[in-house]
Design a binder for this molecule. Structure first.
Ligand SMILES: CC(C)(COP(=O)(O)OP(=O)(O)OC[C@H]1O[C@@H](n2cnc3c(N)ncnc32)[C@H](O)[C@@H]1OP(=O)(O)O)[C@@H](O)C(=O)NCCC(=O)NCCS
Length: 182
C-alpha cells in the first residue's frame, strides 16, 4: 500500500471528521508526540519508555517500508490534519501466516468517539488482502475500555497469561483475544 493512501472518512460521535489512511513521512512529528504522550500518561500499552526523534525516524521508515511492501497493514486516524490514532496488524509467518497481531491506540482527547472501532474494522478489511484469517491481540486485564471495544468489534477472550503484565510494579493477567475475519 502506498504511503498516505486514503481508505475512507467518517464523522466521529462528537461531530469531528475523521480520515482513515495509510501512514506517511509527514506523520513523523505527530507520531513522536503520540507515542510519548501515551508513555507519559502510563497508558496500558506495551511501551513504557519515551522515544527520541532519531528512534522514531528509524521506526517510521521501517513501518513505511513494510506498508509499501504489503508486509503489514497500518491505519492511522487523521483529525484536522493531525494524526491522532494508529492501528496495525502484523501477519505472522510460516504455519501461522494466517494469523495477524493487532495493536491500536488513540491520543487522549480522541477516545470514546467510535474512532477505535472504525480503525479496527478498516485494518481487518485491509489485512484480508494479505491472507490473514484470524486476528489476535493482547490486552491488560485492567484495561476495561479496550476490552469492551474489542468485544464490541467481535473479539473473544481465548487465552490468558497469568501475571503476564507488570504494570507500575503490580502483576496482572494479559488476556489474549481473537477474531476470525475470513
Ligand atoms: C482502547 C482504544 C483504542 C479504544 O478506542 P476508542 O476510540 O476509545 O473506542 P470506541 O470509541 O470505538 O469504543 C470505546 C467503548 O468503550 C466504552 N468504555 C469507555 N470506558 C469504559 C470502561 N471503563 N469500561 C468499559 N467500557 C468502557 C465506551 O462506552 C465505548 O463503548 P460503546 O461504543 O459501547 O459505548 C482507546 O480508548 C485508547 O487508545 N486507549 C488508550 C490506549 C490503549 O489502551 N490502547 C489499547 C492497548 S491494548
Amino acid at each position: 500500500m502506498k504511503e498516505g493512501t486514503i481508505y475512507r472518512s467518517f464523522t466521529a460521535r462528537d461531530g469531528r471528521m475523521v480520515t482513515l489512511r495509510a501512514p506517511r513521512w509527514g506523520d513523523l512529528d505527530d507520531m513522536l508526540l503520540f507515542i510519548n504522550s501515551l508513555v507519559e500518561e502510563k497508558a496500558m500499552i506495551m511501551m513504557n519508555e519515551k522515544q527520541t526523534r532519531d528512534a522514531e525516524i528509524g521506526w517510521i521508515s521501517t513501518l513505511l517500508s513494510n506498508v509499501e511492501k504489503d508486509k503489514i497493514v497500518a491505519v492511522v486516524a487523521e483529525v484536522d490534519g493531525r494524526m491522532v490514532g494508529s492501528c496495525e496488524i502484523v501477519p505472522k509467518k510460516g504455519y501461522l501466516a494466517h494469523l495477524g497481531s493487532l495493536g491500536i491506540s488513540l491520543l487522549d482527547g480522541f477516545r470514546e468517539q467510535g474512532i477505535g472501532q472504525e480503525m479496527m474494522l478498516e485494518a481487518e478489511k485491509q489485512v484480508r488482502r494479505l491472507g490473514v484469517e484470524i486476528v489476535d491481540l493482547e490486552v491488560f486485564e485492567a484495561n476495561a475500555r479496550a476490552i469492551h471495544t474489542y468485544e464490541k468489534v467481535g473479539y473473544k477472550i481465548t487465552g490468558r497469561i497469568p501475571d503476564g503484565v507488570k504494570y507500575e510494579g503490580a502483576y496482572m493477567d494479559a488476556l489474549i483475544m481473537t477474531k476470525r475475519i475470513a
